[in-house]
Design a protein around this ligand. Structure first.
Ligand SMILES: Cc1ncc(COP(=O)(O)O)c(C=O)c1O
Length: 404
């Protein structure tokens, strides 16, 4: 049975959305044929609610739909949990939170044994910054120009001026340096620095791969100067690059790791900030110094535990790596360069708006993908990790047809 839409057609839906949710978004999306209204969704696809157009979801909302839409195992687990559980109470002891934290800790080989849960990625970033400040007694935070860590308070302060200037002066002690520029990082990290916060592969900047040795160099600077090395693996984590965490591929040992999007299984929002026991000490002293009412909701824990079950199945991560290589060979010869780690992919065009143009063509061809906001020459290309061989063949055919 298809759930009935709240409004009878696209025009009424768009008008109500524009009136009450976001006029700017309605206008902008309409201007390039992306005024899609998500209807039915299943696996790698979703369908427009009104004209039935089918899209392969290669946006995946930055990883939210890494396991596709409505993964049967995630749904079954959450459905079963709904018969007995609800949000739980973040003021109390919870076996579900404990089990999820234990499983997340195990993904780091026990190096980051303590976890703070949240609801959104920005919140998880804020926790990381709070932890770094408490641990070091310093205030400074260095992040990358064009990086993206979310749009609230401390997280917004780490981002680009375009996203914060409308909202007044930035917070003090936040500095940005160009990504992949170790000398600039060296100059920026000093006695006042609490944390260096980086996406290992900045997504909004255009899926920019780190230069060999760059991240290790930043980690060394951090160690030498008593600064916490914080990796935002919100997009790169949970299997997208072919390992649970991207940082494993460079044998890095971050002090804090942030995960969000994919942890939800696309079904129930939950995020986590993983840290060392020492980093977590501030919460041991003041257990209610940081509270998140919905953070680590028990239904979300059930969803997240199932996500871990799926990505830890034998062969799952190997397949992501193999598929990534396959995409690389199949997309060779297109008028763009492929940036890729596992199935975290970006198509870089020479034209400064090549990613925008490609997104328009792909949407028309039935592939939903978007350009990188801070570098519109790049199309972000994130097929669901659960894509089958046949679906991948069909997808490549569509992409080649649209982009060539
Ligand atoms: C790398 C990264 N960090 C943090 C965030 C913020 O997550 P949220 O939108 O859940 O606050 C995002 C969101 O796109 C992200 O891509």
């Amino acid at each position: 049975m298809t759930m009935q839409q709240p409004y009878p057609d696209r025009a009424a839906t768009t008008a109500a959305f524009a009136d009450h949710v976001d006029r700017g978004k309605a206008t902008l999306l309409g201007s390039f044929g992306a005024d899609i209204v998500m209807g039915r969704r299943s696996g790698i696809h979703f369908w427009d609610a009104f004209d039935g157009r089918r899209f392969v979801n290669c946006h995946c909302n930055g990883g939210v739909f890494n396991l596709g839409h409505r993964h049967p195992r995630v749904l079954a687990a959450v459905r079963a949990a709904m018969d007995e559980l609800d949000l739980g109470n973040d003021h109390l002891i919870s076996g579900w939170r404990a089990r999820l934290a234990e499983r997340l800790a195990a993904t780091t080989g026990g190096r980051l044994p303590a976890v703070v849960f949240g609801v959104g990625g920005a919140e998880a970033v804020e926790v990381a910054i709070k932890v770094a400040r408490a641990r070091t007694g310093r205030g400074g935070v260095v992040s990358a120009v064009g990086g993206y860590h979310g749009h609230s308070g401390l997280a917004m302060a780490t981002g680009d001026p375009a996203y914060r200037d409308p909202f007044g002066p930035n917070l003090p002690q936040f500095h940005q340096v160009p990504f992949n520029d170790l000398a600039a990082m060296d100059a920026a990290v000093g006695d006042e620095t609490a944390a260096v916060l980086l996406e290992p592969i900045p997504a909004t900047l255009g899926i920019v791969p780190p230069e060999p040795g760059y991240l290790a160099g930043v980690q060394t600077l951090c160690r030498e100067r008593g600064v916490l090395f914080v990796l935002d693996e919100v997009q790169t984590g949970l299997g997208r690059t072919g390992t649970v965490w991207y940082h494993e591929q460079e044998a890095l040992e971050p002090d804090v790791v942030i995960t969000a999007k994919a942890l939800s299984g696309g079904v129930y929002p939950i995020t986590a900030t993983l840290m060392t026991r020492e980093g977590h000490a501030v919460f041991d002293e003041h257990p209610y110094v940081h509270v998140s009412t919905f953070g680590g909701a028990e239904l979300g824990c059930v969803a997240a535990l199932t996500v871990l079950d799926v990505i830890e199945e034998p062969g799952f991560l190997e397949r992501v790596s193999t598929l990534g290589e396959w995409f690389e060979s199949e997309l060779a010869g297109l008028p763009c360069t492929l940036r890729r780690r596992g199935m975290f992919m970006g198509l870089k065009f020479d034209d400064p708006y090549g990613g925008v143009a490609a997104a328009g063509k792909l949407i028309a061809a039935g592939v939903f993908a978007v350009f990188a906001n801070n570098d519109p020459s790049v199309l972000q290309f994130l097929p669901p990790l659960v894509i089958s061989d046949d679906e991948a063949e069909e997808l490549v055919h569509m992409v080649r047809g649209a982009v060539a």
